[in-house]
Design a binder for this molecule. Structure first.
Ligand code: HEM
Length: 108
């Protein structure tokens, strides 16, 4: 973990907080809990109702590698037609790297 980058990522994560929670008491909200999301199977958080196309990616066996995550966060709707994540995306590569590093601090 790059602590400085993770710290920057915590700020970037403010944009995600409207819909996602992380940490011990995290619950599914508009979006699923993001604890342990890095390298996890796509669409595999218990009790969250995913869109069909996102479920399909999970069923193909795809995982949230940092590369996959970067592609998704750049332009969610372009990465996955029909996703119900209503988020325009992060424009700066650096912000994506930072938020990914921040999420790594919530791996079990
Ligand atoms: C799904 C990350 C912002 C709503 C996801 C997933 C990730 C993610 C990794 C897939 C989860 C999985 O496979 O279990 C992020 C990050 C954000 C962000 C890092 C900020 C940079 C938002 C915002 C909203 C949102 C602002 C609501 C307006 C959702 C929803 C899904 C989702 C509804 C499920 C999508 C589907 O089933 O198609 N998000 N998200 N996210 N997110 Fe976000």
């Amino acid at each position: 973990i790059d602590a400085d980058l993770a710290k920057k990522g915590e700020k970037v994560f403010k944009k995600c907080k409207a819909c996602h929670q992380v940490g011990e008491k995290a619950k599914n909200k508009t979006g699923p809990v993001l604890n342990g999301i890095i390298n996890r199977n796509i669409a595999s958080v218990d009790g969250f109702k995913y869109s069909k196309p996102m479920k399909a990616l999970g069923e193909e066996g795809k995982t949230w590698t940092p590369e996959e995550m970067a592609a998704f966060l750049t332009k969610p709707k372009k990465y996955l037609k029909g996703t119900k994540m209503s988020f325009a995306g992060l424009k700066k590569e650096k912000d994506i790297a930072a938020v990914t590093e921040y999420l790594k601090t919530f791996q079990e």
